[in-house]
Write a protein that binds this ligand. Sequence first.
Ligand code: ADP
Length: 390
Amino acid sequence: REITTKYEILDRVGSGAYADVYRARRLSDGLTVALKEIHDYQSAFREIEALQILQNFPNIITLYEYFWREDEDAVLVLEFLQTDLEAVIRDAKKNREGGIPVWEIKRWMIQILLGVDACHRNYIVHRDLKPSNLLVTAGGVLKLADFGQSRILLSEPPFPATENSLLEQDPPMVPSFQEENYLQELEQFKVHKFMDETDRETKYQDGDASCLATCTTSDVEDDLFKNSSYSYDAEEVKEDESGGFTSCVGTRWFRAPELLYGSTNYGQEIDLWSLGCIFAELLSLQPLFPGNSDIDQLGRIINVLGNIDEETWPGCSKLPDYGKIFFNKIENPLGLESCLPNRSASEIELVNRLVCYDPKNRATSMELLHNRYLNEEPLPVPVSELRVPS
Ligand code: ADP
């Protein structure tokens, strides 16, 4: 076995629905890595594909190499990260009076936004954003991980349910960006592409202040995102026709309302809803909508944000499950303020820009990176000054 000649397994660090994760040592140089053994072909395929596209971005986990086994299991060799944002929140709840300071919250948010922006500008939807999938290095660099549920968006719906998935074609069919400006932007962004691993963190810290400046977006790019209606590949349509559960993606607490109502042609906006939930949790140290069933999930959202109807969300009545789930009309929704006590108006507004019913109204990651809140006093601390639980 090639893997065992190159890596020595040290211990098991986690297991998820389809995967076991081990801490291991690369024999050639002693580097600690994570070996992620994925037992589901589709999820392995998705994770490898997405990570390969996203390798040059500092806020995305590094994939060193991968192996396919005969039994269709895959083993991914990933960089090993010490902890995750869930642990950061837990630590703050236990040990930090007054929660996470604003200047640290802002730096966490910027790192998350840069990671999500990297996905979305490459037409990848993560679909399972939550604090435990945002891994953190000992030096405070946050990286998006667990792309097992991610999808690459295709630009022109609807897709016929053909035999061959478009993504299985070689090369996979993804939108082609010929726009000069877009490519230039992307080049600029790659200022953050680093030569070697040891350099990576220090350079990221140095280059950190310039991060926002280098990701200014062009109108062209904005249009690219806004005007294309997204849908998923044929494979998904097929799954759905056979009574699958494609709208059942992500972890319930972070799941967007269009998914809870069974939508199958959702877009990157589902990640933005999840972001809103994550940001709220950073601010209050409590999950925003901790539903214990899908119905309870919607009920909690409605109690806070108000009724879901054609007035508050044009088009919602056409969602597959809209007519199947009934809620009593709420006269006085609690409002986000009730979930974010003692937080400033601009913080509540930031969350509000993300957890809005109509996916069209949600702010994009790029818009949020330019949001006044993140760019005004108190300014975000450098990554190296973030408190990371050991
Ligand atoms: P699943 O797709 O099954 O949810 P995850 O990628 O979330 O699998 O991994 C499961 C657990 O393994 C995570 O919660 C985390 O604790 C641990 N883990 C995953 N990747 C790494 C990594 N690169 N470094 C350290 N721990 C990791």
